[in-house]
Design a protein around this ligand. Structure first.
Ligand SMILES: Cc1cc2nc3c(=O)[nH]c(=O)nc-3n(C[C@H](O)[C@H](O)[C@H](O)COP(=O)(O)OP(=O)(O)OC[C@H]3O[C@@H](n4cnc5c(N)ncnc54)[C@H](O)[C@@H]3O)c2cc1C
Length: 461
């Protein structure tokens, strides 16, 4: 509430907060805000308003995503006392299998620990009958309810600024005024518009289209063909920066990231030899696919994701380019909760204490863009890919090897480290010397093989 003597806006005992969107960002904000308020001796009420029902299978319950929880997020969550139960984790990922046109190799977890999890955001793909499988998003919402938050099922359709608060209306008929409104609405264009109206300097993030689909293989075949490995593809195909097949119970999730992914691009990917070879030969991919979608993903952060009494968090503010969006939602949500409880809820408080966190993510994404430009150059060059493959195979075959390339690829695929940290590691002279060495070796082998072939032809003639 506004303190007329100081001109500051802060939460007081009895203040109420609307969290619009009960995805990871909304739940993390609520979890931390209630925790910080308790520690500060502040009595606040939080309503989480969510349009989806995460207990449903398919689109009505799904916040479309690959469903990988990075090792850095698993560690941060367990330090906060949030340990994902086994019925939320579909599979523990032990390794990555890297597929190139030039060959395949397995990259093991850097410390031989099972620290990455795959999960479903809702209760599984359309028509899934696995009642044991629990939704990740619902699990987080339940944690918030245990802490005292109220969840309201509904879609917010109006938001209006008043002198002493923000009024919210839902399609289902709720009308209520709040002291603080949190926009944890992902990339939902219509709801982002509502926030542009109440925060005139807010500009939503720039986005591009991606692709996700699920294939049903049955548990046994997933074990046999994919195991506990996430299969990652660096293929020379237009628009695709990264393709992955992620095993989850009886399903395998395909994720394609890049720019403007469409039907034709998906079809080219599925018809590529290294992809086809991952699946059983007799499987008809089309009929094994219960769900598919083309969701948006952040390419650039939002501008001014805050205003008096309003904070946007998660994908609606700043995310991590292509990877670990849930980890980024955790970072922005916690920073917003800290600011709201301990510093204040005026535009200037948020600019001083919340904006720098978004800014750090955005700056790291600039480095990420540079890394992905380099990856694209590698994707297009058979020789560089052979060099890369040879370097990884060499590292993985030696137990006490420093594994520079393997750890860089691991962190790029999982999103576990910042892009700045990954870039710093590529600047290690040993890394470049090794990569150049392996590339030259493959180049030499290729030239020798060609010479031998020519000689063979001459001898036969
Ligand atoms: C193809 C793809 C693959 C990805 N894979 C991964 C991955 O493997 N690992 C990872 O960490 N991240 C991944 N991400 C990113 C991740 O999905 C997001 O970063 C994360 O979901 C952001 O969480 P959020 O809470 O900000 O938004 P969301 O998860 O989108 O949640 C927003 C919530 O707001 C609700 N909502 C919106 N409007 C309204 C309204 N008007 N009223 C009420 N409720 C509303 C929605 O129903 C939704 O539940 C992926 C993204 C894409 C596109």
């Amino acid at each position: 509430m506004k303190d007329e003597s100081t001109g500051t806006l802060e939460l007081k005992d009895g203040s109420n907060i609307a969290v619009i969107g009960g995805g990871p960002a909304g739940s993390f904000f609520t979890y931390f805000a209630l925790d910080f308020a308790e520690r500060y001796g502040l009595d606040i009420d939080i309503d989480i308003i969510e349009a989806k029902d995460f207990n449903c299978t398919g689109p009505p319950g799904c916040n479309r995503c690959g469903g990988i929880v990075s090792e850095s997020l698993i560690q941060s969550l367990s330090a906060e006392g949030i340990v994902l139960p086994s019925n939320v984790i579909s599979r523990g990922i032990e390794s990555y299998t890297l597929h190139l046109e030039q060959g395949t190799t397995v990259i093991e977890t850097p410390l031989h620990e099972q620290r990455i999890a795959s999960m479903f955001r809702g209760s599984g793909p359309l028509g899934s009958e696995d009642t044991e499988q629990l939704s990740f998003d619902n699990y987080l919402l339940e944690l918030c309810k245990e802490r005292g938050a109220k969840t309201i099922s509904g879609r917010v359709i109006e938001a209006e600024r008043e002198t002493d608060g923000i009024s919210i209306k839902t399609k289902e008929g709720l009308e209520k005024k709040y002291d603080l409104v949190i926009g944890a609405i992902g990339l939902n264009a219509r709801t982002l518009k509502l926030f542009e109206n109440i925060c005139p300097s807010f500009k939503p993030p720039k986005t591009t289209k991606t692709h996700i689909c699920e294939f049903y293989l049955g548990e046994e075949r997933v074990d046999e063909y994919f195991g506990d490995s996430m299969h990652v593809f660096l293929l020379n195909l237009p628009n695709i920066k990264f393709g992955a097949l992620i095993p989850k119970g009886p399903y395998v999730t395909l994720v394609l990231l890049g720019s403007n992914i469409n039907k034709e691009i998906v079809s080219a990917f599925l018809n590529a030899k290294p992809v086809k070879e991952c699946f059983p030969e007799d499987l008809d991919l089309k009929s094994a696919m219960p769900c598919q979608c083309y969701p948006s993903i952040n390419m650039d952060g939002a501008k001014s994701a805050y205003g008096d009494r309003v904070i946007l968090i998660g994908d609606s503010a700043s995310s991590k380019l292509y990877k670990n969006g849930i980890g980024a939602a955790y970072i922005t949500a916690k920073a917003a909760a800290k600011t709201a409880i301990f510093e204040g809820i005026s535009e200037s408080d948020l600019k001083r204490h919340y904006q720098p966190v978004c800014h750090d993510l955005d700056r790291d994404n600039l480095v990420g863009k540079l890394i992905f430009i380099t990856t694209t150059v590698i994707q297009k060059s058979a020789i560089l890919k052979k060099g890369l493959l040879s370097m990884v195979i060499n590292e993985q075959s030696k137990a006490n090897h420093k594994r520079l390339m393997s750890s860089i690829l691991w962190d790029t695929f999982t999103g576990s480290a910042t892009y700045t940290d990954i870039l710093r590691r590529t600047l290690n002279p040993l890394f470049s010397i090794n990569l150049i060495g392996h590339t030259l070796k493959t180049l030499l082998t290729r030239t020798n093989n060609k010479k031998n072939e020519k000689q063979k032809v001459r001898t036969t003639i």
